[in-house]
Design a protein around this ligand. Structure first.
Ligand SMILES: *Cc1c(COP(=O)(O)O)cnc(C)c1O
Length: 369
């Protein structure tokens, strides 16, 4: 058996000279907290990149989600439809806001929620629909937007895994009333920790800025008309973000090349590849596949065996309805459950070479046969 000393992490940030230069510039300026030129520059630059009028940077993607919900006045008595198959953060923030997260099932082809699964969750209490563009792949937004518009519901997009992904030629994050991003270390654009809310609604943007900063009146010091948070990003983080934004389009192309290479290389009788619908341009944040005909135990063994070959992988998310704080939510999300048992995410980062991909695929195919 071929053994390699090389280790393959699941994700790796791409940090270059420009990140270091801007970071040192922020450091040397003394503006290391949440004031400084990089913050506005990053907010403007990122909003402009996605195609929105306003960017409100935050301390991370989770606080961005909470800020979005709070600014829309979502609270006790309200219900927000969230995907069952997702990172837990959106459901947690709906709970934290005092509202009830209603867990919708996945579409079997692109894994995010589809309009039918959302419709089944609607009640008189539904206030908003929070979609997640899972693993870099957009959800089918047109019918969801139509449903939201006809029912007067707010659409919130969680784009934490899909910076630059396109739905019918338009970037995700440009559709929701508010769209939220994360800049955690393993995301396509990182500031270490960090996040942002985007919107075209000026009043809502102003409200988010107010709530982000202790609810402090801008014209009267220490006057707090409402209860707010401290969800601010630092100038140091924003400096890194400004540099990362410049290389983002190139990085996305690298991830797409890697995604397509995995799909080409893997035996399609053994694996269902990472989704890519005709109407979507996926950015392959963490190339994720399904192994055909396995159960959860077998999947976990495959992950263990890959680890011995120096290949770090991870299971797809567990349905949120299976986690202890959410087990009381009555759901019958068979698609999410079925995807969750069979899914594995493979190493995906900019410096991964074709050789690396070949080795990872060889090991995976050998273990699975
Ligand atoms: C990463 C992620 C978040 C949260 O981001 P943090 O910056 O780690 O708080 C939220 N939603 C989804 C779908 C994510 O993948």
């Amino acid at each position: 058996m071929e053994t390699r000393a090389k280790k393959y992490p699941l994700a790796l940030p791409e940090l270059g000279k420009l990140e270091r230069k801007y970071l040192m510039e922020a450091f040397d300026s003394g503006w290391i907290s949440s004031k400084g030129k990089f913050i506005l520059e990053f907010e403007k630059g990122f909003a402009n990149y996605i195609g929105r009028d306003h960017g409100i940077s935050t301390s991370n993607g989770t606080t961005a989600l909470h800020l979005a919900l709070a600014s829309l006045g979502i609270g006790p008595g309200d219900e927000v439809i969230v995907p069952d198959l997702s990172f837990v953060s959106p459901a947690n923030m709906v709970r934290l806001s005092g509202a009830r997260p209603v867990l919708a099932d996945s579409n079997p082809y692109y894994w995010g929620v589809d309009v039918n699964t959302i419709e089944q969750c609607l009640t008189r209490k539904t206030r908003a629909v929070l979609v997640v563009h899972l693993y870099g792949h957009p959800v089918d937004l047109d019918p969801i937007l139509e449903l939201c518009n006809s029912r007067g519901l707010d659409l919130i997009e969680d784009c934490a895994e899909a910076h630059g992904a396109m739905y019918k030629g338009k970037k995700v994050g440009s559709f929701g009333r508010v769209s939220c991003f994360s800049f955690f270390g393993n995301k396509l654009l990182t500031t270490g920790e960090g996040g942002m809310c985007l919107t075209d609604d000026e009043a809502l943007a102003e409200k988010m800025r107010l709530l982000r900063d202790h609810g402090a009146d801008r014209n009267r010091q220490f006057w707090h008309p409402v209860i707010g948070f401290n969800y601010r990003m630092t100038n140091l983080q924003a400096a890194v973000g400004c540099a990362q934004l410049k290389s983002l389009p190139k990085r996305i192309r690298k991830y797409q090349r890697i995604g397509h290479a995995y799909t080409r290389r893997l035996d399609s009788s053994k694996f269902a590849p990472h989704p890519e619908m005709k109407w979507a341009e996926c950015v392959f944040w963490m190339y994720t596949l399904l192994v055909v005909g396995i159960n959860e135990k077998r999947r976990d063994r495959i992950i263990e065996q890959l680890k011995k070959d120096g290949i770090e992988t991870r299971p797809i998310f567990y349905p949120i309805s299976s986690l202890p704080p959410y087990q009381k939510e009555r759901t019958n999300n068979t698609v999410a459950k079925s995807l969750s048992k069979r899914g594995i995410s493979l190493p995906t980062y900019a410096s991964l070479t074709n050789d690396d991909i070949n080795y990872i695929c060889d090991r995976l195919q050998a273990i699975c046969s």
